[in-house]
Write a protein that binds this ligand. Structure first.
Ligand code: 9WO
Length: 249
């Protein structure tokens, strides 16, 4: 997979793209990261990428020409078909299932904005507009890093242990079950006996039960579309009458 990022701050991606997981993926040739300075595609000596909004209003808007020229150049640099993504608060919610779909792409091109918004015509470059959450940031760079991190780790071979991506939070639509490591007793707080039992079937049942309980208490919205057995549904339903640990503090 090749991932291109078009931004006025290409340097902020450097430590992320060379960090442990993504850096190793790039060294192995599994993912190629290429950043592009949007200002290189501006047409004036001042390398201007923003301008005043027609109709008035606060702040500045990203000009269309630099993004169109940059996107044209980046697309033409490689024969493979690319999915272009614009990061903005108005985008579709980015979720684990979005990451799973994007991890199958041969190429991604991420468009990062700044200032108070994009000229609306820039949106036509994107196949997809994505939001990582309902808040406004100073730019699309941090969301782009979030998307790259979530997607790249799902590219086959990137994670050390392939099965950990399968089993983790959200892959079953549930929050993760409680996890423990040594010591078996810490400050008077013991690891649940079942995890020390060596009975793998019992451990699997306990983990699924705990995942359902945790999801029902914290994120009941995640349970509605899930395929639960009658017993599991009853277990989830019972949690709506139980205080969460957050509520007890
Ligand atoms: C800033 C602003 C200030 C005053 C009035 C209106 C305003 N709108 C904005 C704004 O939306 N700025 C954006 C900053 C323009 C596009 C890039 N920026 C951005 C992307 N902020 N937050 C995101 C983002 C992207 C994906 N997921 C969550 C947030």
């Amino acid at each position: 997979m090749r991932i291109d990022v078009i931004t006025i701050f290409p340097e902020v991606f450097e430590p992320v793209f060379s960090s442990s997981m993504l850096g190793r993926a790039a060294e192995k040739g599994l993912v190629q990261f290429v950043t592009h300075d949007l200002r290189d595609y501006a047409s004036d000596a001042h390398r201007t990428v923003d301008d005043y909004p027609f109709g008035g209003g606060p702040g500045m808007v990203m000009k269309p020409e630099p993004f169109f020229r940059a996107h044209e150049a980046v697309t033409a640099d490689d024969d493979r078909p690319a999915t272009t993504i614009l990061l903005c608060p108005q985008g579709a919610p980015f979720r684990q299932d979005t990451a799973v779909v994007l991890a199958r792409a041969e190429r991604l091109i991420l468009l990062c904005g700044r200032y108070e918004g994009f000229d609306e015509r820039i949106r036509s470059l994107a196949d997809l507009e994505l939001s990582i959450g309902d808040y406004v940031l100073t730019g699309g760079e941090l969301p782009a890093m979030v998307v790259v991190d979530a997607v790249a780790r799902l590219v086959p071979g990137v994670l050390g242990d392939a099965s950990s991506a399968e089993e983790e939070s959200f892959s079953m639509g549930l929050l993760e079950y409680p996890q423990y490591t040594r010591p078996a007793s810490y400050a008077g707080r013991d690891v649940p006996d079942v995890l020390l039992s060596g009975d793998h079937a019992r451990i699997a049942r306990w983990r699924r039960e705990q995942a359902i309980i945790k999801t029902a208490r914290r994120r009941p919205d995640l349970l509605r579309d899930l395929d639960l057995s009658d017993a599991e549904r009853a277990l989830a339903e019972a949690q709506t009458h139980v205080q969460t640990s957050e509520e007890r503090t």
